[in-house]
Design a protein around this ligand. Structure first.
Ligand code: CP
Ligand code: NVA
Length: 306
């Protein structure tokens, strides 16, 4: 079987995502009814973390165990990765001892170089540029609550970061629209976002306008991991980009609110929104587990029936 990596959202086709959403539904439903499902017995996932994580680590580690396999955690601090071993060498070695690798790191180039030297599939668990597993789970969550996302409008409020870039790629692959509002100086960089064009997104200087008639409103931290030195400046620059009740009121009455978490109440989102009736953030976090189980099954076993 040809090795398939998931390094950015557009690595898979809309048809493959349809399959993954179906499998996620099936795998989640079996899990909820306590049915044992062990298709990955004897398979080993290596998880490499160069940045902190709660959800990504937990969902991959628990997910692999629930599928009958095992997961090994490596971080920069206590492996040779932090002491300058070339990423190409690490990839050669790690991929000879495992069946699947998940990496959370800094530049996308690092994961691309790892994948180019890997004998096994590599999954992006977040880079400075992208967070494809997050949007896989987010769109599954949207589908669970509201049905197909095709033709719908997602409002992205805040930083044009890794999560934003991935929403923009997803809009191209799955044919929906993103209304983006960022403070001046933080606009989308289409090349960095890896976009084919500008057909699936529109930028709005005023976040209120971006939210108008949206089906889903979403945001993320103002300062992503790796950009901590800019925190003070960002707190000032993003002040008017907090998703609050007034902003949510611009969206459709049945609009959902999502946030990949961790969240900062009083910064990018008001407590009344994230803890309010339109928020689906806990389902969104839980669905990381189910969606990534479907992803791991697909990358290791291909399409299966039943
Ligand atoms: N959303 C997300 O990836 O969370 P963690 O940083 O906790 O993994
Ligand atoms: N944009 C955030 C997402 C955290 C899950 C970051 O990169 O820190």
């Amino acid at each position: 079987m040809e090795i398939k990596h998931f390094l950015q959202f557009k690595d898979l086709t809309s048809e493959e995502f349809e399959y993954l959403f179906e499998r996620t539904r099936e795998i989640k439903s079996r899990f909820k009814s306590y049915q044992q499902y062990w298709p990955l017995v004897d398979r080993t996932l290596v998880m490499i973390f160069e940045k902190a994580s709660t959800r990504t680590r937990l969902s991959f580690e628990a997910g692999m165990q629930q599928l009958g396999g095992s997961a090994i955690y490596l971080n920069t601090r206590d492996s040779q990765l932090g002491r300058g071993e070339p990423v190409e060498d690490a990839a050669q070695v790690i991929s000879r001892m495992s069946d699947l690798v998940m990496i959370r790191t800094f530049e996308q180039d690092i994961i691309e170089r790892f994948a180019a030297n890997s004998r096994v599939p590599v999954i992006n668990g977040l880079t400075n540029e992208y967070h494809p597993c997050q949007i896989l789970a987010d769109i599954y969550t949207y589908i669970e609550h509201r049905g197909s996302i095709k033709g719908k409008t997602v409002a992205w409020i805040g930083d044009s970061n890794n999560v934003c870039n991935t929403w923009l790629q997803a809009a191209e692959v799955l044919d929906f629209n993103v209304h983006v509002s960022t403070p001046p100086g933080y606009e989308v960089e289409p090349e960095r976002a890896g976009l084919y064009g500008t057909d699936h997104y529109e930028e709005f200087p005023d976040p209120m306008d971006a939210c108008r008639d949206a089906d889903l409103v979403t945001t993320d931290v103002w300062t992503s991991m790796g950009f901590e030195a800019e925190n003070e400046e960002r707190l000032r620059d993003f002040e008017h980009w907090q998703v609050d009740a007034e902003m949510m009121a611009q969206a459709k009455p049945d609009a959902l609110f999502m946030h990949c978490l961790p969240a900062h109440r009083g910064e990018e989102v008001a407590a009344e929104v994230i803890d309010g009736a339109q928020s689906v953030v806990w389902d969104e976090a839980e669905n990381r587990l189910h969606a990534q189980k479907a992803l791991m099954e697909y990358l290791l076993l291909g399409k299966i029936s039943g």
